[in-house]
Design a protein around this ligand. Structure first.
Ligand code: PLP
Length: 429
């Protein structure tokens, strides 16, 4: 058995995986054309590149009115504000996500209520949602994490029964479908990040898909310094504002720029083939990854009809690998496989803990901020010991790229005794 690379052995893979983002002369030409046009920014909203990107993006996801923004955090804040969710309202978010999901409700003035995940999918647990609903609950933000989707059937049923707004956080779910319907078109809103690591990127950027047209018009006003906007037609572009009868709403400049949108229009051309390739190679990965002792694949829900792969998350049994995911990831990275142990749970962030940060404890609802009383065992397990995140580039290096990943995971597992020793040393330090 060859020595672990992290202990001085030869890495399983020495060839780097392909870079992201992919770019070529089409991007250069698109940006050059915008530079030459002199129309660089986002005003008046939407510019021609932005309007085209909005139309094509909504078409790709299969519905909604797209409002184009600076990133995939303000998209969620704006969605909540457009739906009048704000001061003192409660917004349910999963503990296992990027901080933006919990920070966006705070930016809208609401309280993020952090609940546990389903261990089979690592997405929002509908039972935990139901248990967290109070008369102050106004919205849910399910996150479609990695390559998974939250159970939108049950979550929408709960939301309808309690009259809640649903903002799907689709930062990882471009192109994904649930029962043939696009992620982000099932809830009232779908929020997409186009930040540089995302599988559809404009460097920075965000798209908010809005199902109700009147909420799309409100969202467009909020991101355009409060100027009035309207929506016309099915799928339709947001029309620029009418200068007569100016009624301003509370807003700011959260607009996407024309330079970003031009990159987005080129990225959309490449996206279908990249998505197809990732899906094919992920299927190939699963055939052999599942054979490795101590590996647990997350659930493949048949209702999740098209999967998209931002990160491929699987779980390890630490007792079979000899160590938790931090050590396993370090060993796998040394083998030449890009991987990560994933997010910290939201209730560990100082920002969301008034006792540790400078946030005042709201006297009205102190119990929502008492993280010491929270019991989120599934999020704890995923965040602290189990979850392994493979980078999407693993799926863009052909079968060899996948074979190397599987071989490296198997090699690392076969050295469980050394990993256990190493983790013990780390703990004793
Ligand atoms: C789950 C999730 N939500 C929201 C965001 C925020 O997106 P952005 O960085 O575009 O603000 C991210 C970005 O990494 C994310 O991973």
């Amino acid at each position: 058995m060859s020595k672990l690379a992290i202990l001085g052995g030869t890495p399983t893979r020495t060839e780097p995986y392909p870079d992201w983002p992919v770019h070529d002369e089409r991007d250069v030409a698109a940006v050059t054309a915008v530079v030459r046009s002199g129309h660089w920014g986002g005003y008046p909203y939407p510019g021609p590149q932005t309007a085209e990107f909005a139309r094509r993006f909504a078409e790709m996801q299969g519905g909604g009115h797209a409002v184009m923004m600076a990133n995939g955090t303000v998209t969620m804040e704006v969605a909540l504000r457009a739906a009048d969710v704000g001061w003192g309202d409660e917004v349910i978010v999963p503990a296992y996500t990027f901080q933006a999901t919990a920070a966006a409700p705070m930016a809208a003035g609401a309280i993020p209520v952090i609940v546990d995940i389903d261990p089979q999918t690592y997405c929002l647990d509908p039972q935990a949602v139901e248990a967290a609903i109070t008369p102050r609950t106004r919205a849910l933000v399910p996150v479609h994490l990695g390559a998974q989707m939250a159970d939108m059937d049950v979550l929408m049923e709960i939301a309808e029964r309690h009259n809640l707004i649903v903002v799907e956080d689709c930062a990882h779910a471009h192109g994904a479908k649930w029962r043939g319907r696009g992620a982000g078109t099932l809830g009232h809103f779908g929020s997409f990040s186009l930040q540089s690591s995302k599988i559809l990127t404009t460097g920075e950027g965000g798209v908010l898909l809005c199902r109700p047209p009147e909420l799309a018009a409100r969202a467009a006003s909020i991101i355009d310094c409060g100027r009035p906007h309207d929506v016309a037609g099915p799928h339709a572009e947001i029309e620029s504002y009418d200068r007569s009868g100016l009624t301003f709403t509370m807003g700011a400049n959260y607009r996407m720029t024309e330079l970003q949108a031009a990159l987005g229009n080129v990225a959309l051309e490449r996206f279908p083939e990249q998505a197809r390739q990732r899906e094919e190679m992920a299927g190939y990965l699963e055939e052999s990854l599942s054979e490795i002792p101590g590996v647990r694949l997350l659930k493949r829900d048949p209702r999740h009809t098209t999967r998209s792969f931002y990160r491929y998350i699987f779980a390890i049994q630490p007792e079979v690998f000899g160590a938790g995911h931090e050590v396993v990831c370090a060993a796998l990275s040394a083998e030449g496989i890009p991987c990560w142990s994933g997010y910290e749970a939201m209730h560990h962030y100082e920002l969301f803990q008034p006792g540790l940060s400078r946030l005042p404890v709201p006297s009205a609802f102190p119990e929502k901020f008492d993280f010491s009383k929270m019991d989120l065992p599934e999020s704890e397990r995923a965040c602290q010991r189990e979850a392994m995140w493979l980078d999407e580039c693993v799926f863009r290096a052909g079968r060899q790229g996948v074979d190397d990943t599987v071989a490296a995971v198997a090699k690392v597992q076969a050295h469980a005794a050394e990993l256990a020793e190493w983790e013990r040393k780390l703990r004793d330090k």
